[in-house]
Design a protein around this ligand. Structure first.
Ligand code: M6R
Length: 607
């Protein structure tokens, strides 16, 4: 994820900015930059790659100034090149941004019509020009930001400094965290306490919709309605300086909320959105040279692979075997040399998955892996590594790693389809377009949080829950059940909706909520029949569907979560979010240890 720092001080800020950016490195980044205000004039330095490149640039061309902003960029819109690195500048201001501006294309069109010239492919540049346009219309900086913020849709944390205006830094938050740091005669903005650690331990997290005017003497905070508000300033505990939850209650909550940005970042690695194609150079692997894919994984990674199976088979016409790694490793399955063995693991260290990999290697198979930790054993022992680029996942219950694994598999399925000649250019563009919609829709889905929380108050009272789904919603049903089990300790099972009548229907009564995952796709009507079977036996249904699905459900539900419309291909990526939130809020109501549930470890390196 991108990282932000802003400083208003009485001393040169460039070295302080770079130091804070180093502390944000843990979030992952592919370029970095700073801008300062020196004698009223804005200037910036940016560099692709590691911070050492920015430092070398600053050695050659130092940047004086007592006010500044800095950024580590984790590409979402536009390639990770210097041109797209932050800060973005106009003649009036410099801005850094973390998040996704959903309506950037409309803003860009409107700003271009007014003569503003865009130099980058980023959504952030629209923010820079938008505030500039308000200033060109005669507003001073603070009023210009106030006028621009309601025009922005999406998730953002912003820090802005202004040409000719010494001592002023403005921040805004809607979605990604932004903290104000209180120093001795200096003030700061930062993505988290870690960024601000060497500067101060007195921190105040902005709430959603807040924006703040920061000067050397202090900060004035406004809420989304522009009322001046007070937010608590806290002394940060030393462990928060390691990896921080920001103003989220749990890492799991934070990681759920990071998903729009994380998925956007992963997509940017695998897709070229400017041409609507899948990047073919992400690994040396030719899917036209294999005739079968064998995927093994454990837990959530296994359910991600189970969804991937549908995509590889339907889109790329590539047959897939999926296995739970602890079973696969002892099955002594005959494997053909034309099979690609693929292993999915967040940690890259799971003992059963690693043993399965080694078995396949001993059989002479080519090995591919989809991992988060690219220095892990599984990555090191693979011929081709596909990183999921999710950043550190701290919550034991996997959330953003799951959707990032799905993002990679969806992209690879399109890549495989193209290489195998089963889709043409137009079909590739259509699928890439659908994938590119995921971060925007994910932001909308997160707004259902309040509604989902209410449903969970009741869920927290029950002893058993059933999850049903068809197609890709079937593995998602199993993932939903796993999530609920592991953090709330409520017994839950996920079934293929069509299997209900072959046994589990005997369980149905009014004490077991049945969560039905049913986007209105080509299987929807079949799932409705299964829902009717549940309703006829007094079962209480929680339906997750879209508006059309909710309208056509023809059963009374205990609750209906109405999702935005979307293409069938991307539904598992987005329906995963309410499934995660249902588990999360149920566990919160039950008061369990959400991030470190009993008996579980984040990485299972034993059999
Ligand atoms: O690191 P891995 O992806 O290999 O881990 C696999 C499972 O242990 C993991 O997904 C586990 O099921 C999670 N706790 C699920 O939330």
């Amino acid at each position: 994820m991108c990282g932000i720092i802003g400083i208003v001080a009485g001393r040169d800020v460039a070295p302080l900015l770079v130091d804070s950016l180093k502390r944000l490195e843990y979030r992952g980044y592919d370029s970095a930059g700073i801008a300062t205000l020196d004698g009223g004039a804005l200037a910036r330095r940016r560099a692709e790659g590691k911070l050492v490149n920015l430092e070398n640039h600053l050695k050659d061309q130092p940047l004086p100034g007592v006010v500044g902003i800095g950024h580590t960029r984790w590409a979402t819109h536009g390639k990770p090149v210097e041109r797209n690195a932050h800060p973005h500048m106009t003649k009036r201001l410099a801005v850094v941004h973390n998040g996704i501006i959903e309506n950037f294309a409309e803003l860009r069109t409107s700003l271009q019509a007014d003569g503003y010239v865009f130099e980058t492919e980023t959504d952030t540049e629209a923010v820079a020009h938008l505030v500039t346009r308000e200033m060109d219309r005669g507003l001073p900086p603070i009023d210009a930001v106030k006028a621009a913020l309601p025009q922005l849709q999406g998730a953002f944390a912003l820090a802005i400094i202004f040409e000719g205006v010494e001592g002023l830094l403005i921040g805004a938050r809607q979605g990604p965290p932004l903290a104000i740091g209180y120093g001795d005669g200096e003030m700061y903005l930062g993505s988290d306490a870690i960024a601000l650690a060497p500067l101060t331990d007195m921190i105040c997290y902005l709430e959603d919709g807040d924006w703040v005017v920061v000067r050397k003497s202090g900060a004035t905070i406004y809420d989304a309605q522009n009322n001046e508000v007070k937010r608590a300033v806290q002394k940060v505990q030393s462990q928060e300086f390691l990896v921080s939850k920001g103003n989220h209650r749990h890492f799991m909550e934070k990681e759920i909320h990071e998903q729009p940005e994380v998925i956007g970042h992963t997509l940017a690695h695998y897709l070229d959105l400017s041409t609507g194609t899948v990047r073919q150079d992400v690994a040396e692997l030719d899917f036209s040279k294999i005739d079968r894919l064998s995927m093994s994984a454990c837990g959530t990674a296994y359910y991600a692979a189970a969804i991937g199976k549908y995509w590889f088979e339907q889109i790329a016409r590539l047959p897939v075997d999926i296995d739970i790694a602890s079973e696969f490793r002892y099955r002594e399955m005959p494997l053909s040399k034309d099979t690609l063995a693929m292993f999915v693991s967040q940690s890259g260290e799971t003992a059963d998955t690693l043993a399965s990999l080694r078995y396949c290697k001993s059989q002479g198979l080519k090995i591919a892996s989809i991992v988060n930790v690219t220095t892990s054993t599984i990555a090191r022992e693979s011929d081709a590594v596909f990183p999921i680029l999710a950043g550190p996942e701290i919550g034991v219950a996997s959330t953003k790693a799951f959707t990032s694994q799905l993002t990679v598999m969806a992209s690879l399925a399109v890549m495989a389809a193209k290489q195998r000649g089963v889709i043409d250019d137009a079909q590739e563009r259509a699928l890439v377009k659908q994938l590119s919609e995921v971060p925007r829709i994910a932001n909308q889905v997160l707004k259902l949080e309040g509604e989902i929380e209410k449903i969970c108050r009741e869920l927290a009272q029950v002893k058993h829950v059933l999850y049903l789904g068809r197609g890709t919603s079937f593995p998602l049903a199993m993932e939903g059940a796993l999530k609920l089990k592991e953090i709330s300790y409520i017994h839950a099972e996920g079934y293929a909706a069509g299997e209900l009548k072959h046994g589990p229907i005997a369980l149905i009564d009014d004490s077991i909520p049945v969560i039905v995952i049913a986007p209105s796709d080509r299987l929807y009507e079949k799932t409705v029949s299964n829902m009717q079977e549940v309703a006829a036996r007094g079962g209480r249904i929680i339906l997750i569907s879209d508006e059309e699905g909710a309208k056509n459900a023809s059963v009374d539900t205990m609750a209906t979560i109405v999702m935005p419309e979307m293409a069938e291909f991307i539904t598992p990526l987005l329906y995963a979010l309410p499934v995660q939130m249902l588990a999360y809020y149920t566990a919160v109501f039950m008061g369990t240890d959400v991030d470190q549930p009993r008996n579980l470890a984040k990485s299972v390196t034993v059999e």
